[in-house]
Design a binder for this molecule. Structure first.
Ligand SMILES: [Zn+2]
Length: 142
């Protein structure tokens, strides 16, 4: 079983259990995964990425203006990460930990993590943040 951190198009976060990643994909494409809060089937897997890959333990506080710019640029942020960061898939938690511990090449990475992994990484002081969900693609039924 795989547990995924999921979010609907209303930004409700929840967890889902699947037999495999293929299971998730087919249920997702068939619109069988519904948000427990609002029932929306526009559900995407949460993808996690570290905001800063650096030796600093703490990131400087963001000013409200900077936060606003970032909110407005969510899609560009995602695009930037996809263009410049290494995709490590389900190995995200392990790789983020290795980079944090200096055991792996220091670089930006992104990938998939469960809510439990995210909580653990945060407790260990690994600096990670959710990426904005990808635009939902309509499955064609040809
Ligand atoms: Zn919802």
């Amino acid at each position: 079983m795989i547990r995924y951190a999921l979010a609907c198009d209303h930004a409700h976060e929840f967890e889902g259990w699947f037999g495999s990643s293929e299971d998730y994909e087919s249920q997702s494409e068939a619109g069988q995964i519904g948000c427990p809060t609002c029932g929306s089937t526009a559900v995407t897997k949460q993808i996690m990425a570290p905001m800063v890959a650096g030796t600093k333990r703490t990131a400087p506080d963001m000013t409200p203006a900077a936060r606003e710019v970032m909110m407005a640029a969510m899609e560009q942020v995602r695009q930037h990460v996809e263009d410049n960061f290494d995709y490590v898939g389900e190995d995200f938690a392990a790789e983020a930990r290795a980079i944090h511990a200096g055991k792996s090449e220091e670089r930006g990475i992104y990938g998939e993590a469960s809510l439990a992994e995210v909580r653990d990484l945060a407790e260990e002081g690994v600096n990670i943040a959710p990426l904005p969900p990808a635009p939902v693609k309509k499955a064609s039924l040809n």
